[in-house]
Design a protein around this ligand. Structure first.
Ligand SMILES: [Zn+2]
Length: 213
Protein backbone atom coordinates (compact mmCIF):
# COMPACT_ATOMS: atom_id res chain seq x y z
CA UNK A 1 0.00 0.00 0.00
CA UNK A 2 1.31 3.45 -0.94
CA UNK A 3 -0.32 5.34 1.90
CA UNK A 4 2.10 6.72 4.47
CA UNK A 5 2.47 4.67 7.60
CA UNK A 6 1.30 7.38 10.01
CA UNK A 7 -2.07 7.60 8.23
CA UNK A 8 -2.71 3.88 8.46
CA UNK A 9 -1.62 3.71 12.10
CA UNK A 10 -3.75 6.69 13.14
CA UNK A 11 -6.76 5.33 11.28
CA UNK A 12 -6.36 1.91 12.91
CA UNK A 13 -6.12 3.60 16.31
CA UNK A 14 -9.38 5.52 15.69
CA UNK A 15 -11.22 2.51 14.24
CA UNK A 16 -10.14 0.20 17.08
CA UNK A 17 -10.45 2.59 20.01
CA UNK A 18 -12.78 5.50 19.21
CA UNK A 19 -15.15 4.24 16.57
CA UNK A 20 -16.91 1.69 18.85
CA UNK A 21 -18.12 4.48 21.15
CA UNK A 22 -19.14 6.72 18.23
CA UNK A 23 -20.90 4.11 16.14
CA UNK A 24 -24.40 5.00 17.39
CA UNK A 25 -23.97 8.69 16.63
CA UNK A 26 -22.38 8.04 13.24
CA UNK A 27 -25.16 5.62 12.26
CA UNK A 28 -27.90 8.11 13.13
CA UNK A 29 -26.04 10.91 11.32
CA UNK A 30 -25.67 8.65 8.29
CA UNK A 31 -29.39 7.82 8.33
CA UNK A 32 -30.85 11.21 9.25
CA UNK A 33 -28.25 13.55 7.71
CA UNK A 34 -26.38 16.37 9.37
CA UNK A 35 -27.92 19.18 11.43
CA UNK A 36 -24.94 21.27 12.52
CA UNK A 37 -25.41 23.94 15.22
CA UNK A 38 -23.00 26.38 13.60
CA UNK A 39 -20.84 27.05 10.60
CA UNK A 40 -17.20 27.83 11.38
CA UNK A 41 -14.98 29.70 8.96
CA UNK A 42 -11.49 29.02 10.14
CA UNK A 43 -7.90 29.14 8.92
CA UNK A 44 -6.10 26.14 7.39
CA UNK A 45 -3.53 26.42 10.18
CA UNK A 46 -2.92 22.95 11.69
CA UNK A 47 -2.89 24.40 15.21
CA UNK A 48 -6.45 25.68 15.04
CA UNK A 49 -8.99 22.88 15.39
CA UNK A 50 -12.51 24.13 16.14
CA UNK A 51 -13.74 20.65 17.06
CA UNK A 52 -11.05 20.34 19.72
CA UNK A 53 -11.38 23.90 21.04
CA UNK A 54 -15.14 23.53 21.56
CA UNK A 55 -15.02 19.85 22.43
CA UNK A 56 -17.65 18.98 19.85
CA UNK A 57 -18.97 15.71 18.54
CA UNK A 58 -19.11 14.71 14.90
CA UNK A 59 -21.94 16.56 13.14
CA UNK A 60 -22.00 19.69 15.33
CA UNK A 61 -19.93 22.07 13.20
CA UNK A 62 -20.05 22.69 9.47
CA UNK A 63 -16.48 23.87 8.85
CA UNK A 64 -14.98 25.77 5.97
CA UNK A 65 -11.25 26.43 6.10
CA UNK A 66 -9.21 28.78 3.98
CA UNK A 67 -5.95 30.67 4.41
CA UNK A 68 -6.50 33.38 7.05
CA UNK A 69 -10.24 32.62 7.56
CA UNK A 70 -11.43 35.18 5.03
CA UNK A 71 -14.78 35.98 3.45
CA UNK A 72 -14.30 37.69 0.07
CA UNK A 73 -16.19 40.92 -0.64
CA UNK A 74 -19.17 40.70 -2.95
CA UNK A 75 -17.33 42.26 -5.92
CA UNK A 76 -14.54 39.66 -5.78
CA UNK A 77 -16.76 36.67 -5.36
CA UNK A 78 -16.81 35.58 -8.99
CA UNK A 79 -13.21 34.44 -8.74
CA UNK A 80 -13.48 33.27 -5.11
CA UNK A 81 -16.65 31.23 -5.07
CA UNK A 82 -15.39 28.36 -2.85
CA UNK A 83 -15.99 30.16 0.43
CA UNK A 84 -19.34 31.58 -0.64
CA UNK A 85 -20.56 28.26 -1.99
CA UNK A 86 -20.02 26.67 1.43
CA UNK A 87 -21.78 29.62 3.15
CA UNK A 88 -24.65 29.36 0.68
CA UNK A 89 -24.99 25.63 1.33
CA UNK A 90 -24.85 26.18 5.10
CA UNK A 91 -27.60 28.81 5.03
CA UNK A 92 -29.87 27.65 2.26
CA UNK A 93 -29.68 23.86 2.55
CA UNK A 94 -28.65 23.19 6.13
CA UNK A 95 -30.52 26.24 7.55
CA UNK A 96 -27.68 26.99 9.95
CA UNK A 97 -28.42 30.00 12.15
CA UNK A 98 -24.94 30.75 13.52
CA UNK A 99 -21.77 31.61 11.60
CA UNK A 100 -18.51 31.98 13.50
CA UNK A 101 -15.41 33.47 11.93
CA UNK A 102 -12.53 31.98 13.89
CA UNK A 103 -9.23 33.81 13.57
CA UNK A 104 -6.08 33.05 15.54
CA UNK A 105 -2.71 34.25 16.80
CA UNK A 106 0.44 33.85 14.71
CA UNK A 107 -1.51 33.58 11.46
CA UNK A 108 0.92 33.01 8.58
CA UNK A 109 -1.66 34.16 6.03
CA UNK A 110 -2.28 37.45 7.81
CA UNK A 111 1.46 37.96 8.29
CA UNK A 112 1.90 37.34 4.55
CA UNK A 113 -0.73 40.03 3.92
CA UNK A 114 1.00 42.45 6.28
CA UNK A 115 4.30 41.95 4.46
CA UNK A 116 2.61 42.33 1.09
CA UNK A 117 0.98 45.64 1.98
CA UNK A 118 4.13 47.01 3.63
CA UNK A 119 6.03 46.05 0.46
CA UNK A 120 8.28 43.62 2.30
CA UNK A 121 7.06 40.85 0.11
CA UNK A 122 6.76 40.96 -3.68
CA UNK A 123 5.92 37.36 -4.39
CA UNK A 124 3.42 36.63 -7.12
CA UNK A 125 1.37 33.58 -6.32
CA UNK A 126 -2.13 32.32 -5.72
CA UNK A 127 -1.74 33.31 -2.08
CA UNK A 128 -0.72 36.80 -3.13
CA UNK A 129 -4.00 37.15 -5.02
CA UNK A 130 -6.18 35.58 -2.29
CA UNK A 131 -4.73 37.73 0.45
CA UNK A 132 -5.81 40.94 -1.33
CA UNK A 133 -9.07 40.45 0.59
CA UNK A 134 -7.19 41.69 3.68
CA UNK A 135 -6.36 45.08 2.12
CA UNK A 136 -9.31 47.10 3.59
CA UNK A 137 -8.37 45.75 7.05
CA UNK A 138 -4.73 46.72 6.49
CA UNK A 139 -5.79 50.23 5.46
CA UNK A 140 -7.63 50.56 8.78
CA UNK A 141 -4.56 49.74 10.89
CA UNK A 142 -2.03 51.40 8.60
CA UNK A 143 -1.71 54.58 10.67
CA UNK A 144 -1.83 52.88 14.07
CA UNK A 145 1.30 53.18 16.21
CA UNK A 146 2.64 49.68 16.62
CA UNK A 147 5.88 48.47 18.16
CA UNK A 148 6.75 45.61 15.86
CA UNK A 149 5.57 43.25 13.13
CA UNK A 150 4.11 40.72 15.61
CA UNK A 151 1.92 43.40 17.18
CA UNK A 152 0.83 44.61 13.73
CA UNK A 153 0.01 41.07 12.61
CA UNK A 154 -2.02 40.47 15.75
CA UNK A 155 -4.05 43.64 15.24
CA UNK A 156 -4.50 42.81 11.56
CA UNK A 157 -5.76 39.30 12.45
CA UNK A 158 -8.57 40.87 14.48
CA UNK A 159 -9.31 43.74 12.08
CA UNK A 160 -9.52 41.23 9.26
CA UNK A 161 -12.19 39.24 11.15
CA UNK A 162 -14.25 42.47 11.39
CA UNK A 163 -13.70 43.02 7.66
CA UNK A 164 -14.81 39.47 6.81
CA UNK A 165 -17.98 39.94 8.86
CA UNK A 166 -18.64 43.18 6.99
CA UNK A 167 -18.13 41.36 3.67
CA UNK A 168 -20.37 38.50 4.75
CA UNK A 169 -23.22 40.78 5.82
CA UNK A 170 -23.18 42.50 2.45
CA UNK A 171 -24.38 39.46 0.55
CA UNK A 172 -28.13 39.93 0.02
CA UNK A 173 -29.00 36.32 0.93
CA UNK A 174 -27.05 36.71 4.20
CA UNK A 175 -28.41 40.17 4.98
CA UNK A 176 -31.94 38.99 4.40
CA UNK A 177 -31.58 36.29 7.09
CA UNK A 178 -30.06 38.78 9.56
CA UNK A 179 -32.98 41.17 9.05
CA UNK A 180 -35.39 38.30 9.70
CA UNK A 181 -33.49 37.40 12.91
CA UNK A 182 -32.63 34.01 11.48
CA UNK A 183 -28.86 34.38 11.47
CA UNK A 184 -26.23 35.41 14.02
CA UNK A 185 -22.64 36.12 13.04
CA UNK A 186 -19.79 36.04 15.55
CA UNK A 187 -16.10 36.88 15.42
CA UNK A 188 -13.63 34.94 17.57
CA UNK A 189 -9.84 35.11 17.90
CA UNK A 190 -8.02 32.11 19.37
CA UNK A 191 -4.67 32.58 21.09
CA UNK A 192 -2.84 29.33 20.34
CA UNK A 193 -0.23 29.50 23.13
CA UNK A 194 -2.62 30.27 26.00
CA UNK A 195 -5.78 28.59 24.69
CA UNK A 196 -7.66 31.83 25.42
CA UNK A 197 -10.40 33.15 23.18
CA UNK A 198 -11.37 36.75 22.51
CA UNK A 199 -14.77 37.56 21.02
CA UNK A 200 -15.83 40.55 18.99
CA UNK A 201 -18.17 42.83 20.91
CA UNK A 202 -20.44 44.03 18.10
CA UNK A 203 -21.43 47.17 20.00
CA UNK A 204 -17.92 48.46 20.68
CA UNK A 205 -16.37 46.66 17.68
CA UNK A 206 -13.55 45.58 19.99
CA UNK A 207 -12.29 42.15 20.97
CA UNK A 208 -12.79 41.14 24.61
CA UNK A 209 -11.57 38.14 26.54
CA UNK A 210 -14.15 35.37 26.71
CA UNK A 211 -14.79 34.77 30.41
CA UNK A 212 -16.90 32.00 31.83
CA UNK A 213 -17.93 30.67 35.25
ZN1 LIG B 1 -3.99 31.41 9.97
Amino acid sequence: MDLPDFLIRRYKDWKDNNFPSEIGLLKSLAEEGQKPKAMIISCCDSRVDANKIFNTNVGEFFIHRNVANLVPPINKNETNCETLSSIEYALKSLKISNIIILGHSGCGGINFAYKKFTKKNDQTSFLDKWIEIVEPAYNKINNTNLNNEDEATSLLEKTSIVNSIYNLENYPFVNDLILKNKLNIYGLWFDIGSGNIEYLNRQSNKFEKLNYL
